[in-house]
Design a binder for this molecule. Sequence first.
Ligand SMILES: C[N+](C)(C)CCCC[C@H](N)C(=O)O
Ligand SMILES: O=C(O)CCC(=O)C(=O)O
Length: 528
Amino acid sequence: MNPTAAWSVGRAAARSSQRTVPLYAQARCPFRPVPSAPITRHARSFACSPRQHRAAPLDQQQQQQQQYQQRPQLSETQALAVPQATLDAQARKVNVVWSSGIESRYHNIWLRDHCRCPACYHPQTKQRQLDTFSISPQLNPIAVESTTEGLLVHWPQPGAEETSASSLLARDASSDDAAAPHSSLYPWSWLYSNSYAPSLSLTSGSGEPGTDMEKAGRLLWGKGIAQQPPSVTWAEVMDDQGSDRGLLRWLSKIEQFGFCFVTGVPPTPEDTEALVRRIAFIRETHYGGFWDFTSDLSHGDTAYTNLALGAHTDTTYFTDPAGLQLFHLLSHTEAKDGTAPSGGESLLVDGFFAAKILREVHPEAYEVLSQARFRTHSAGDDDVLIRPLKRGGFPILEHDTVTGELVRVRYNNDDRSVLKLPEDQVLPFYDALAKWHEILTNVDSEYWEQLKPGNALIFDNHRVLHGRSAFVGNRRLCGAYVNHDDYRSRLAVLRKRYPDVVNNKRFSRSPDADEASSSSRGVWEDGL
Ligand SMILES: C[N+](C)(C)CCCC[C@H](N)C(=O)O
Ligand SMILES: O=C(O)CCC(=O)C(=O)O
């Protein structure tokens, strides 16, 4: 009997027998419950006896036990509505019909490639161990099961695809026959959030550029933020009774507002550096690591002058612009000629708020600034010539091509290199740029604040633009950059560790938003 026939025979028999069956004499498949914990099969069909799965070595069994305990928990209602899985051998897919009636289709090769048993997926490093390229594109499972825990699929070992199901049935549990089937269990919640045909993930947007920016857990703002700018205290960030809850509150506010003050920071470079390093290591650039700078042109950049700087984001010339930027004003004293200090006010503009206005008021300009690419450079230091990897450069408004969400504003008109656009795009570009500039410089967009020693300012350089007014006197700032990936990594880890922290909820519902915090990361973590 061929696997498909055996499968359909088994399945027909299974349909009539929704029964609790004690599981295997010993842990076989990594996600099988311990022997005393039977699970209910809702649709079961074997072309091979489940005993085919070889017992795992002891340490692997411990890993299997731990992974089983880390599996996403099914709620009571979910357990009652176990999805129905069927094999479409012709299409080489497994179809899953959810309790909603929606049907997801998964390629067999995709399922096999995503087995997360310890043999296929390193339980600690979360890296694939399976040789993807040993999977036959013609692969069909021997058997498919809908269980309360998830989709259970039994695969022929590579090279045994042609082994008949009946001969597999004949194998004894103790045999270590290399052709014994390989079983994979996929938790339903994981399958649901990773469904791609159709996409069912709660976090995927419409794909339309500029999808509603506030959905992604942000609070957009204009000049009104001045009434109550987000802030935390040095004490809570540095040591919240031995926990990182204060640090998480800080990072959550940066995510929500795009910036946050830290009050009560000792006005020294050393303490300021310690503050930044609470988030992650510092991003080194040609400006150095932790900077302590003034208007001395020590670097060929107008930041090292006393000139006014319009709203911009930094390092637009890097392929990956700096993520977070922290400033701490240490002093601003009279000029060498005794002139009293003045000016040097800091400017913040919410680039996502400005983009939202542009999209609503001038959608065609939004489209132009989302598409038109141009180069940028940092060429003020003799030993530096930095330009982005892509010769065509990047657009000002960068989007996630899957969700359509705006993910980065990359804008410094002073650092823009020669414009090379097709002739018919030149005037529309300048027109769109003027509309963008008008919004950025609108009094309702601008938040001006005079920085003071003791109050550090950090902002998301992928969202919030900054600038300053011209100044007189000796003005000393210190600070640093942090990579955006490292900032979001720290936020994600702390969010899992401290689910109780206020401001720790994202506005958009994501599959793991309410997941109970797990002490260690499981192999089914959302997004791995
Ligand atoms: C390093 N420190 C912040 C002092 C100066 C950075 C200058 C950044 C430059 N104006 C740009 O827009 O990329
Ligand atoms: O001096 C300031 O307040 C800001 C300088 C600046 O914009 C920069 O370093 O990019």
